[in-house]
Design a protein around this ligand. Structure first.
Ligand SMILES: [Zn+2]
Ligand SMILES: [Zn+2]
Length: 359
């Protein structure tokens, strides 16, 4: 079957090969025919080495498709079922799951050293245990979450990562009150989903901050009340918040210490900084002990929406079906798998909110 492979960490192009096989099928596993996958910024971060990931690997972790085969002992799934692929499945039994913090379950990472694919040249891994830039994947049954028939594959794929991450940061993690002031730094697919979540919660002002003009324009369509380049954030803060004290809630959706520092400074004393972006282990955020204590700003990281993942999927589908969030509008580009490198370029230049790769 066909899959897009990164041969070595640090390379910037994928090779679409037709000699790849999804491996590992057996008890407790399902085989999924991938139909659509989004390109998430984390895929680029894994390719460049910012996020840890053994190579060679098939990127992609935001996907949806149909079950083609179920292994022994799998319940509740059968061939033909439509599913979202979940890269952070919950085991239901570990201390984090028992506390209801299923987004902190590490079960999905236990197989991180096991290859997901094979080709004549050797083993190939799947990014985040999935690797959706492929016609087929074999995953734990818990990674295949059934979806209703009225949810198209391209919409379902977005729910598999970006939408769940962004909406959840606003709906689960931030204690966002109606009437509050919000700034969102980084307005790709995830940032725009944060904006939609902040709008649902009744934020008064939502300032979108992004260096790319096309993304600023998109942010306004999704509910931002103002959109500025990074060098205009200080002015916006001065104009919008009382005495320029800073925003009630600032979301960092880039994953860099420099933007996190900017976000911290843009947060009012006693306000909330939500860290959504996925950053590198060697990129260190510096805060001095005086400001940390004296300004009482709350720093709340948000992993994969910071809440129960299955509940987050259901909520996103309900909001989409009721027309309360726009998911189709997130897909600004579409390419077939053979043109996956164009999708990478669209993400790098910032011209795409999401490129849907149709497989
Ligand atoms: Zn668990
Ligand atoms: Zn992602």
């Amino acid at each position: 079957m066909r899959a897009a492979v990164l041969h070595e960490t640090g390379q910037d192009k994928l090779e679409v090969l037709d000699d790849v096989e999804a491996v590992g099928f057996g008890p407790g596993k399902v085989r999924v025919r991938v139909r659509a996958t989004g390109l998430c910024h984390s895929d680029l971060s894994a390719m460049s080495g910012v996020l840890p990931q053994p190579a060679p690997f098939v990127p992609g972790h935001e996907g949806a498709g149909e079950i083609v085969d179920v292994g022994e002992g799998v319940r509740g799934l059968k061939p033909g079922d439509r599913v979202v692929l979940c890269w952070l499945p919950a085991c239901g039994a570990c201390p984090a799951c028992r506390r209801g913090q299923t987004e902190l379950c590490l079960a999905g990472f236990m197989n991180a050293g096991t290859p997901n694919f094979r080709r004549p040249g050797g083993d190939v891994f799947g990014f985040a245990g999935t690797g959706t830039f492929a016609e087929e994947v074999v995953v734990d049954a818990g990674c295949a979450v059934p979806i209703p028939d009225d949810v198209p594959f391209d919409i379902a794929a977005l729910i598999g990562c970006g939408v769940t991450t962004g909406l959840g940061a606003a709906l689960n993690t931030a204690d966002l009150e109606a009437g509050s002031s919000v700034a969102v730094i980084g307005c790709g697919g995830v940032g725009v989903s944060v904006i939609q979540g902040a709008r649902l919660k009744g934020a008064a002002e939502i300032v979108a901050v992004d260096p790319v003009a096309a993304r600023r324009e998109a942010a306004l369509r999704f509910g931002a009340t103002r959109a500025v380049a990074p060098d205009q954030l200080a002015d916006a803060k001065q104009q919008i918040t009382a005495g320029g004290e800073g925003f009630d809630h600032v979301f960092e959706v880039v994953g860099k210490s420099a933007t996190a520092r900017t976000a911290y400074d843009a947060t009012r004393r006693g306000g909330t900084l939500v860290i959504v972006g996925a950053g590198a282990m060697d990129d260190v955020l510096q805060l001095n002990m005086f400001e940390l204590f004296f300004d009482e700003k709350r720093i709340l990281p948000s992993l994969y929406g910071g809440g129960d993942v299955l509940r987050s999927y259901e909520r996103a589908i309900a909001l989409w079906r009721a027309g309360r969030i726009d998911l189709a509008g997130l897909i600004t580009h579409r390419v077939p798998l053979s043109e996956v490198n164009e999708a990478l370029d669209q993400m790098r230049t910032g011209s795409a909110l999401r490129t849907c790769i149709e497989i």
